[in-house]
Design a protein around this ligand. Structure first.
Ligand code: F6R
Length: 341
């Protein structure tokens, strides 16, 4: 039932403090993570030569958000595959690979075809899905349910944040044998516990984001620039704008801005720049300066308290979001972009 909400999507966006809680329930211990569906396979995963994330649409974007910290915590190279592209290319997959399939429904045709292909090639196949008993859950060797609750809205929202959290927990479990990252892992575990309350906090921006959306109604197009942990946020934010606001939007890697997209910048094209605090912060600051120099129409998403760092306020709108561990920040940052379309 939609309750007081106009659409299922809206209801599911506002459910996220709860869905994230159920995703983590029983899985976070004081200083470790327990994923029942994975524990017998952790050794094999740790010995794999490569981890390949495979999915479509929002599920692919969630995996892209998880890629940097899975690489960091596991030390294993992680590659990304859109299921249809892997099939088109018949890209190489080996017995020494771990292929992680991400799908809310567990029934997406391209993802299931890619799964058949990876099974034929002898990879260990891991499923990350929201749907118990789905084809993906049945055909993979092992996996983790995201337990976000049934998602009815056509545009995926709460599944996205729960997928990221599950992949964060996977990274913590896979990397648990590495002494060198112990302190880092502890920080992430602590911040995972406080994530639902931070999500409630950022959901209060709902009204402010609707005002912002209102101001963009007349525009033809919207760019979203992100990098590092939040490259995925840029792609996923733009995907939500496309499918919900039916407006052209592109997510772009901010590091690529000077290699072409800068030519598009003028006073009319709105550009969202994600510039919350992490190791890429100063690089993102210089992107903002270059955009100001071109008189770009900027909307900057920054960490709470950082509004003064984004440049002349009269030419720029600011969205301030609560800060969490850098690798979990994509869970917070996508929420204003979910509510605005
Ligand atoms: C976007 C959206 C789609 C799905 C994609 C994969 O909001 O919902 O892009 O993410 O079709 O679906 P699943 O995750 O069910 O495999």
């Amino acid at each position: 039932k939609k309750g007081n909400y106009d659409h299922f999507m809206q209801k599911e966006i506002h459910e996220q403090p709860h869905s994230l809680t159920t995703t983590m329930r029983g899985r976070l211990k004081d200083n470790s993570v327990v994923l029942g569906g994975l524990k017998d396979h952790l050794k094999t995963i740790r010995h794999s030569r490569r981890i390949i994330f495979i999915g479509c649409g929002t599920s692919y974007n969630a995996a892209l958000a998880a890629r940097p910290f899975l690489e960091e915590l596991s030390g294993i190279p992680v590659s990304m595959e859109l299921a249809s592209d892997l099939l088109d290319r018949q890209g190489p997959i080996y017995r020494e690979d771990t292929a992680v399939f991400v799908s809310q429904s567990g029934e997406t045709a391209d993802t299931l075809l890619a799964l058949e292909y990876a099974l034929e090639n002898g990879a260990l196949c891991v499923g990350v899905t929201n749907t118990v008993g789905s084809t993906l859950a049945r055909k993979t060797h092992c996996g983790v349910h995201i337990n976000a609750g049934c998602e009815i809205g056509v545009a995926s929202t709460k599944a996205y944040t729960s997928q990221i959290v599950v992949m964060a927990m996977m990274a913590l479990a896979i990397g648990a044998d590495r002494i060198s990252t112990q302190a880092r892992r502890q920080d992430i575990i602590n911040d995972l516990s406080s994530l639902p309350s931070k999500v409630s906090e950022v959901l209060k921006l709902d009204g402010e984001m609707r005002d912002l959306a209102e101001s963009l109604i007349q525009t033809q197009s919207l760019l979203v620039f992100g990098r590092g942990y939040n490259y995925a946020t840029a792609l996923e934010g733009a995907l939500k704008v496309k499918e919900v606001a039916l407006m052209h939007s592109e997510g772009m890697l901010a590091g690529e801005m000077k290699h072409g997209p800068l030519a598009l910048v003028d006073e009319t094209l709105p550009i969202i720049v994600i510039a919350t605090r992490d190791a890429c912060f100063s690089k993102q600051q210089s992107v903002i300066q270059q955009l100001h120099a071109r008189k770009g129409r900027l909307i900057v998403m920054c960490s709470k308290g950082d509004a003064s760092t984004v440049g002349p306020m009269e030419s720029c709108r600011v969205i301030e979001v609560p800060q969490v561990a850098d690798c979990l920040q994509p869970v917070i940052n996508i929420i204003p972009l979910q509510v605005s379309p």
